[in-house]
Structures are given as C-alpha cells and as structure tokens.
Design a protein around this ligand. Structure first.
Ligand code: NAP
Length: 252
C-alpha cells in the first residue's frame, strides 16, 4: 500500500509483467491513485486475476512483450478499449543463472528480448500516442545490475539491464521534445518469486543484508512507491535518470 498521495484520475497506465511481484504492486499503486490500469502478463490467467483484484476499470491484456507484433496489437487494444495511454511501465523481466560458457544462445537471446528489446517495442508503439496526446510518462524497471554491480552467473541479465539503462537515457533525450518523461528504476534485492530460490539460502541472505545499510530486503511496494512518484507531477523536471531503490546497497 502506497502512502504517497497522487491523483492519476483520467490517466491510462499499462504495466507489463503485472501478474505478480513488483509489476502487480505497481499496478495496484497506480490504480489506487486513480489510474485506469491495463495489466499485461505473458500468463493470461495471472493477468486476468490481477485485473480482477484491481476491479473496474482495470483490464487484462495478456501478451508476450518480446514479440514486437504482439506488442503493437496490445498497445492498439489498450488505446481502443481504455481510451488512451498516458503511463507505460516496462516491468516484465526474466533472469537465468548460468555461467557464460554454459549459456545457450537461445537463453541469451530470450533474456535480451524480454528485458531490453521489449522496452524498445513498447516505447516505439506508445511514443506516437503519447506525443499526439501532448505527453506521457515511461518508467523502465531495470536493476542495480544495470550499474555494473557484479551478479555471478547472470551475464545475460546484467547486459540486458545495463542496456535498458542506456536505452532509457536515449529515449528520454528523444522523447523530451514530445513532453514524455522517461526514467529507469533500479531495484536491489526484492522479495518476489524471482529471488525466491536465492532467498531460501540463509548464507546468501546474510551476505546481502551485510551490504544493505537499511538492514532488510525490499518489498514490491518499496519499488511501487518510487514508480508512483515518477508518474506524478512532482517528478515533472525529472527525466533520463536511473534511480536505485535498494535500501542503500549501491551508492553512486
Ligand atoms: P517475477 O516475480 O518473476 O515477475 C515477473 C513477471 O513478468 C511474471 O509475472 C512473468 O510472467 C512476467 N513475464 C515474464 N516474461 C514476460 C513476457 N515475455 N511478457 C510479459 N510478461 C512476462 O519478477 P519481479 O521480481 O516482480 O521482477 C519484476 C521486474 O523487476 C523485472 O524486470 C526484474 O528484472 C526487476 N528486478 C527485480 C528484482 C528483484 O529482486 N525481484 C531486482 C531488480 C530488478 P510468468 O508468470 O509467466 O513468469
């Protein structure tokens, strides 16, 4: 539950990978602030369930965001069914844990496609709609891994998130002319299914906690609060940034 008071009524927000975890918390925060939320996930059942939990006017738009044609269809459907698109949150992501020498080419390509190329596809499709409507907000969920933070056996993930931070900055430069702000959010270790396996290892958790000044792992709502702020008018002079939300783990 977010404590930030933001009025997003009249705005349509699309959140990718919002069937669970961080994306679901972001969708909830935006809906609680008055936005009509389009809930995307590759898993139709979890997208539908999340949209039902949010209630009207939220709707599910299941699609694989790594498929450019599916993304075009999804964004057209959101605009047609919900009346516009003002906020885009690129949250869908996957992570494999494989050493480079053992990484199949398909695994590398899939990670880059979901974590990086999908943001290009959605921004390319949503950009003209936001431009023609007078502006908009895009938030890309990257990672502290996007800032050269070592993550053993996750080269494809680190490369995808560093790429997403770079894309965010170029997109912010180009889209500023259209009054579209583009920022990245870089979570540290957040308690979701993505980190469940690692969190089951007490030594791993102890190593993480030793590095986090605030002394705890993050919750999905910790990330959602920052995303909500970035979507608000309070962040109107903020674009092209990659902001860590990690309890102080990484200080740049
Ligand atoms: P999660 O619990 O695994 O949720 C990710 C969601 O994205 C799942 O619902 C997944 O669907 C969906 N998804 C995967 N591929 C997709 C695709 N091609 N098209 C549409 N949806 C797709 O992960 P999370 O922890 O909430 O992570 C959310 C974002 O935060 C990711 O970008 C992740 O890299 C980033 N992040 C997470 C952490 C962390 O510690 N958790 C830290 C830094 C950054 P399925 O249900 O089918 O798998």
């Amino acid at each position: 539950m977010s404590t930030l008071s933001v009025d997003l009524s009249g705005q349509v927000a699309l959140v990718t990978g919002a069937g669970r975890g961080i994306g679901k918390a972001i969708a909830r925060a935006l809906a609680q602030s008055g936005a009509a939320v389009a809930v995307n996930d590759i898993d139709a059942a979890s997208a539908g369930q999340a949209a039902r939990e949010l209630g009207d006017p939220a709707r599910a738009f299941p699609a694989d965001v790594s498929d450019p044609a599916a993304v075009e269809r999804m964004i057209a459907a959101v605009v047609h069914e919900m009346g516009g698109l003002h906020i885009l949150v690129n949250n869908a992501g996957i992570e494999y844990k494989t050493p480079i020498l053992e990484t199949p080419v398909e695994e590398w390509q899939e990670t880059l496609a979901v974590n990086l190329s999908a943001a290009f596809y959605t921004c390319k499709a949503a950009g003209p709609i936001m431009r023609d409507a007078g502006g908009g907000v895009i938030v890309n969920i990257a990672s502290i891994a996007g800032h050269n933070i070592p993550l053993p056996n996750r080269a494809s993930y680190v490369a995808s998130k560093a790429g997403l931070v770079g894309f965010t900055k170029e997109c912010a430069r180009e889209f500023a002319a259209y009054n579209i702000r583009v920022n990245a959010v870089c979570p540290g270790v957040i308690e979701t299914e993505m980190t469940a396996e690692s969190r089951s290892n007490p030594q791993q958790v102890a190593r993480w906690l030793a590095d986090i000044p605030q002394g705890r792992l993050g919750q999905p709502d910790d990330v959602a609060g920052l995303v909500l702020f970035l979507c608000s008018d309070g962040a109107r002079y903020l674009t092209g940034q990659a902001i860590n939300v990690d309890g102080g783990k990484v200080m740049l």
